[in-house]
Design a protein around this ligand. Structure first.
Ligand code: GDP
Ligand code: MN
Ligand code: MN
Ligand code: MN
Length: 249
């Protein structure tokens, strides 16, 4: 398997056709998967927000006030308002905002980004990253994954995850297959799109590299079942339920 960045992409602006920019720079093959950093998908989709256009409501003001008193840093209530607007629910309201986005991804501040955004205060995640991935996949004729860099519980450090995908299943299902001892695997469902997103993120980098699009060439899904379950539903997420019961001291 080969993983390489698409070279010479420009600064992406609202209305840009990312698929066309990719096609001009790389000859894609049938065994490619194209991974695109959500930052540029959002820029192309015009998902920028200027804080002066936001009015913070009562809940956002309360959240920001509480965060400021806990962290000792001032928090803009308008930022908290944008997080709320992008979220179905907050899993934590302190010491940071851990939110479930409208499309079901759980992440700090609903994934709202302030890095690599030259012309606005904030960049939201794409509204529907699976739809964004589907449009990319249709235009490019290969599977597409929209990625974001995310923190994770239990471990330090961030890594790439898939927030939208199309043209391939999210996971490959090893259940019913056997290990080297002939023992049947009964739980392993491998989140392949996250693993590919992590590989892509490794090549993209986080800074000023200018390499938001990565091609993964020659990945073989193999002869396995697949499914599109990636974001847990609240009812079957015990960690989430425990967090929701927890109160910041
Ligand atoms: P995120 O992981 O989706 O939040 O995106 P990052 O901000 O970490 O950026 C990922 C990669 O894309 C880095 O190499 C950035 O330098 C690059 N990048 C971000 N915006 C642009 C852009 O508009 N044009 C180009 N060419 N690269 C960009
Ligand atoms: Mn991001
Ligand atoms: Mn990143
Ligand atoms: Mn193992």
């Amino acid at each position: 398997m080969e993983v390489f960045a698409v070279p010479d992409l420009p600064e992406i602006r609202a209305g840009d056709d990312v698929a066309a920019l990719v096609e001009e720079r790389v000859d894609l093959r049938a065994d490619d998967v194209v991974c695109v950093a959500s930052t540029v998908v959002s820029k192309a989709e015009g998902r920028t927000v200027n804080l002066e256009s936001v009015t913070a409501g009562e809940r956002a003001r309360a959240l920001a006030g509480r965060l400021a008193s806990i962290t000792g840093e001032s928090k803009d209530p308008r930022f908290a308002q944008v997080v709320l607007d992008e979220s179905n629910a907050l899993l934590l309201d302190a010491p940071f905002l851990l939110a479930e986005t409208r499309f079901g991804h759980v992440t700090v501040n609903a994934g709202i980004d302030r890095s690599n955004v030259p012309e606005a205060d904030l960049l939201l995640l794409p509204e529907d990253p699976t739809a964004s991935a589907a449009a990319l996949s249709t235009a490019l004729g290969v599977p597409a994954i929209v990625t974001d860099t995310c923190g994770r519980p239990f471990r330090h450090g961030q890594r790439g995850v898939a927030i939208g995908w199309a043209g391939m299943p999210a996971s490959r299902d090893w259940r019913g297959e056997t290990d080297r001892e002939g023992r049947e695997l009964d739980v392993t469902v491998e989140a392949v799109v996250d693993e590919l997103a992590a590989a892509a993120n490794l090549v993209s980098g986080e800074g000023d590299g200018g390499t938001p699009v990565v091609v993964i060439r020659g990945f073989e899904f193999g002869d396995h079942g697949g499914n599109d379950l990636l974001f847990r539903a609240r009812e079957d997420d015990l960690v989430r339920q425990a967090l929701e019961r927890w109160e910041f001291p």
